[in-house]
Ligand binder design. Sequence first.
Ligand code: 5AD
Ligand code: SF4
Length: 486
Amino acid sequence: MIMDKGIDFDRIDLNSQPPAAEPWRQYYFIAGLRKYVKEESERMGRRLTANVTTFGCQMNARDSEKLSGILECAGYLLTETEEADLVIYNTCTVRDNANQRVYGRLGHINSIKKKNPHMKVALCGCMMQEESVIEKITKSYRFVDLIFGTHNIFQFAELLCTMFESDRTVINIWKDTDQIVEDLPTDRKYPFKSGINIMFGCNNFCSYCIVPYVRGRERSRDPEDILKEIEALAADGVVEIMLLGQNVNSYGKNLIPPVSFAKLLRKAEEIDGIERIRFMTSHPKDLSEELIEVMKQSKKICRHLHLPLQSGSTRILQAMNRRYTKEQYLDLVGKIRKEIPDIAITTDIIVGFPGETMDDIEETIDVVKKVRYENAFTFIYSKRTGTPAASMPDQVPSEVIKQGFDKLLSTVQEVAKERAALLRGKVLPALAEEMNDQDGTLITGRLSNNMIVHFPGSPSLLGKIIHVRLKECHGFYYLGEIAEGL
Ligand code: 5AD
Ligand code: SF4
């Protein structure tokens, strides 16, 4: 599902100089790429193929839709396999295992490229913003053709043109930016739902987190631009949107005049055709009463809040620079559950932060039991070079991490199962998202509270919101059936 902004790329004059202003400059380079791809395809007697592989969060997934949109506009056929003419990895560096996975995949790509020397390999995303990574790639992975970062992803078409003209690795990484370039083609994975960036970067500097260093300072998009994008998506058949930012609750604080996230949600709700609104991620310290009120009154905002806890120990929270205490977090959750009783709350938790003891982990387990999360993503602390936590003493012994992690995980699973079971027998609307991988007669649907339900149905229902009876609870998901007579 491609939105190419209605530009006639074939009418762009490639003999003229490229425009200086964006996005027109990129339209010029997309036109240049189209010419290149067409000529190569004719020479090879087949279409050129490209593969985009995404690591990490929803923000990266959305960035990859932009990369794919440009590639499609340029004439590439997008494929699922890495045996392609152009392979691009959109990387993540939030934990070290994400980095290791990229290096592993690069080893594999090297062997494919040896058999197919005209293949091009490009790398982008958060990992590329780290100097040590660039050093390693230029030394040990010299077959990579193009490397760029998070701030200049909008230049993808231009960078590809440079790559095709160069016989050396093209590296172009910006340290930071205040630029937001809009109106480039995107290729949505789903025709009926879409992510929308409302802000970029993060100013919180949680002491374990590398994101502020690789994604830069917080920048909010103009609300009018966001609303126009949502209107265009609705006109293109989108029924569900997810507003994306590292910390959506501080959206708009630095705009002139300032706008609150709650106000943006109110405006988004007025757009016809949009039936569901989600957002990600909320920092507890910035979650306002106004937001709770807007969610409570809304018919469209989904009954789901992802509210990262990270730790339940006030001492550790302070060392993490999270700027709330255990009690403040629990008070906030109490208020939310009271005002919006059918809401699902999910979270992120880190185990093994420097100096953490079993007593601290017990505090986290206590919060899990009190909040009764619908789901929690638990991570083992990963030391990120350059963050304050990396130089903190008392890295935690692996036995404590293992014991604490296992105990936490079993509590999370127990609580989540109990929460899920409360919905048994209910009839709830689900968005039919895809046909089930294992059983092609089943549709995979998503409830407003983000829970998954599988139910029999035909592909013609995909993209529709259907009332489903939740019959059998399987822990994190349900088996159900379409409710008749509604
Ligand atoms: N180690 C482990 N987990 C981390 N996260 C962020 N940085 C680290 C790290 N250094 C987790 C946090 C965050 C999620 C996206 O990733 O829980 O909410
Ligand atoms: Fe990282 Fe904290 Fe910003 Fe989230 S809020 S991206 S954990 S620094």
